[in-house]
Write a protein that binds this ligand. Structure first.
Ligand code: GLY
Ligand code: MN
Ligand code: MN
Length: 448
């Protein structure tokens, strides 16, 4: 069995989580289950990100229990027993006999023994960490076990009396990427960059959007990333104004722009990159004018993303440049401060400029603490992705050259240490910098 990263990384993650949970607690983390497309045909299996983060195991029908200080072992896996007939269909399984050594765990049991083992895992523990609602069948099992323990101990001493959202600790931990995770995210971004370059080189008027999607997926797969992190968006012309356009079934027209938002998933880590470029390889003057506004906004947002800045600082920086651009192009009126206050730009910008990025493309972790935007800190990974969109909308009309245009530029970054705090430190690391975004660089690539 090949783990995505070495055992010490998973050990460190489990140890850190258990330290945050504290003594007298237990956590339960179920794996993902198989889901079916129809009858006996499965959807491609994707492990639950929390379970993968803590074990690296890519099998369904499992559960990890973490019980700090437990005498018979603090880390216990429940997994599927090996079954010769199943293995003929699905390939080799790990099985409880081999799991402790393969995964660096204290013990492993067949999943069928979970119900019987729960009372012992719960007894004497006051706090249970679990993501209630995510795995209803397990929730039911857990509630029954807690109830049975309570019934046996009327004094309440032996049964847990606190159920805590596991996300509160685990997702805060996942928000800060370790050096190993940052390497995987860089690999995901490198593969994604190669795919975007391939799509730019292959693009020509008359092609189907799906042909560019095929070029992207070709590059993902041949470089070891079998899945996209989300359905790729290849949107020619006005299709770029549909935020989650994934039909990718229109023809790319001479004179239009095409927006590609695509990222691979590499060993369970996502990239999320957008570029917008001319189908025929040359920006027209109106396309150029609008593109320069979005590019300037993206650069302003990158400059605002610094350790210590708040999460919304890049968004605010981008919004100001976008509003200034919309005023300069005559699309909205007046003074920039007033326009921002009136949110006059928002019909054309639609979405925020950033989200966390990691194992999930819209990754876990709180954006606010006690109601206020949190500060960006070293190890956090996020996207920087301003855009402008002009659908043919009678409620928000725009002059003809821009009608039906949509432009977004999206990079993936990791917050570094403050510039100047030591040799080699950078305020941010742009993982997707290899994909050109300046007009001259895009045109040179497409016509080279
Ligand atoms: N591809 C989804 C996003 O950019 O958030
Ligand atoms: Mn995206
Ligand atoms: Mn994104």
């Amino acid at each position: 069995m090949n783990l995505a990263v070495g055992l010490p990384e998973y050990r460190r993650r489990r140890a850190r989580l258990m330290a945050l949970m504290g003594a007298g607690s237990v956590a339960f983390v179920p794996s993902a289950d198989l889901s079916y497309r129809n009858r006996d045909v499965e959807h491609p299996f994707r492990q639950d990100s929390d379970f993968h983060y803590l074990t690296g195991l890519e099998e369904p029908g499992c559960l990890l229990a973490l019980a700090p200080g437990r005498e018979d072992g603090a880390t216990v896996l429940f997994c599927q027993e090996r079954d010769e007939r199943m293995e003929r269909y699905r390939g080799e399984q790990l099985g409880p006999e081999r799991a402790p050594a393969a995964l660096g765990l204290d013990a492993a049991l067949p999943h069928g023994e979970l119900g019987g083992a729960l009372p012992e895992l719960l007894a004497g523990r006051s706090r249970v960490y679990v993501a209630l609602g995510e795995h209803p069948a397990f929730d039911q099992q857990l509630i029954e076990s807690v109830g049975a323990l309570r019934a046996r101990a009327p004094s309440g001493g032996a049964a847990p009396d606190e159920i805590v959202a596991l996300e509160r600790v685990l997702h805060e931990q996942r928000l800060f990427k370790s050096p190993v995770e940052r390497r995987l995210m860089r690999q995901a971004a490198d593969i994604t960059a190669a795919a975007h370059l391939r799509a730019m080189r292959h693009c020509a008027p008359g092609m189907a959007e799906a042909e560019l999607e095929a070029e992207l997926r070709h590059e993902f797969m041949r470089r070891g990333a079998p899945a996209a992190a989300y359905p790729p968006i290849v949107a020619g012309g006005a299709n770029a104004c549909v935020m989650h356009y994934t039909n990718n079934d229109a023809t790319l027209r001479d004179g239009d722009l095409v927006l590609i938002d695509a990222g691979c998933e590499y060993r369970c880590y996502a990239a999320d990159v957008t570029r917008t470029f001319p189908v025929n390889g040359r920006f027209s003057p109106p396309q150029r004018d609008l593109y320069e506004v979005v590019l300037a906004a993206q650069r302003a947002a990158l400059a605002a993303a610094r350790p210590g800045a708040t999460f919304d600082a890049p968004d605010q920086a981008a919004a100001r440049v976008l509003a200034e651009g919309l005023i300069a192009l005559g699309i909205i009126d007046g003074d920039v401060d007033q326009a921002l206050e009136d949110k006059a730009h928002e019909p054309f910008t639609i979405h925020r400029c950033s989200h966390w990025l990691g194992m999930d493309v819209h990754d876990v972790g709180a954006y606010r603490i006690d109601g206020a935007w949190r500060a960006l800190q070293p190890g956090m990974a996020l996207t920087i992705e301003p855009g402008l969109y002009f659908p043919d909308d009678p409620a928000n009309p725009v002059p003809p050259p821009w009608r039906g245009m949509g432009i977004r530029i999206e990079d993936d970054i990791v917050i570094g240490k403050a510039a100047g705090s030591g040799a080699g430190d950078a305020a941010i690391h742009i993982l997707s910098a290899a994909v050109p975004k300046a007009i001259d660089d895009i045109e040179a690539l497409m016509n080279g």
